[in-house]
Design a protein around this ligand. Sequence first.
Ligand SMILES: [Zn+2]
Ligand SMILES: [Zn+2]
Length: 315
Amino acid sequence: MPDPRPQFVGRPTLLLQDSHEVLPRLQTLTREYSDLEAATQVYRALMPVLESDGWQAPPLAITPAQARRKLAQGIPILQGEDLPLPEGAARRLMVRLAQALDSLPGGLDHESRRGSGPRHVQHLLEQRKLKAVSVLQHAGVGDHDGLQALAQARQIDADLLGLLAQYTLAPSLRSWARQLEPMVGPVEWTQSRCYICGAEVLLGELQGGTGERHLRCGRCGADWSFPLPGCVFCGNQADTFSRLYPPDRRQEQRVEVCDVCRRYLKVVTTFEPSSPDCLFVLDLATLHLDTIAQARGYTPPSAGQIVQPHPGRDL
Ligand SMILES: [Zn+2]
Ligand SMILES: [Zn+2]
């Protein structure tokens, strides 16, 4: 089974709006699969912070024409944009998230005891020895080496820093997606990376009565139709592209695998688009599909390069 802990790369992030819907589903899942307890523990610690904080960055200064022009050129809308991420607000949220992680029973793995855990991050942020926006900048562009170097230089656990960055950045990404989706309307976008934030697809959904294939972004929650057949990553339509089903042959779930690019996509029948928050649950509930594909040597969608934030005004 894949590591069920929330990962910096490829896992959807926070849940802001549908906790009343998500929590019962999580509880059911963890009763059924005890291995998921660790994955949901972090969520349950961070969700109240995100709900009570409510901070999200201001809207982007971009016109509908500019957004549509970028899409026509195959460029995700946020790519290359100056993102208004103020240091003060980002720092406050990241500190509160670190405090919540520190309060987890037993801490977050062993980092706390090594002095590289949440309390250490909180201290560095409060002492202005670590800029929150610098962290978000590395995380935002998928610069894992940069994030690792930043973490190493300050003796922070790199996975922890990535997790904090992901959750700090996510409310703003969701907010920008809500701003941009109605602005551009239905899009023709035949890439596996998100047309809004540029992150790689999380999973596919078969929506509506016709089971039209849509792709979903786990970071900003975007939803885009993908009408082309075959592999969403490389376009392969030959018999080297195939569909695998769970052993019980449940047709509502499958994993699409490609022998050309060796990547896989989980696809579930949902009829209605899942709310962005429920993508987290859907991803956890289909870890058996990850197992099926990874056991055969296929690799999951990875986080693609997304946006380049800029420091903005310190609050
Ligand atoms: Zn996205
Ligand atoms: Zn492929």
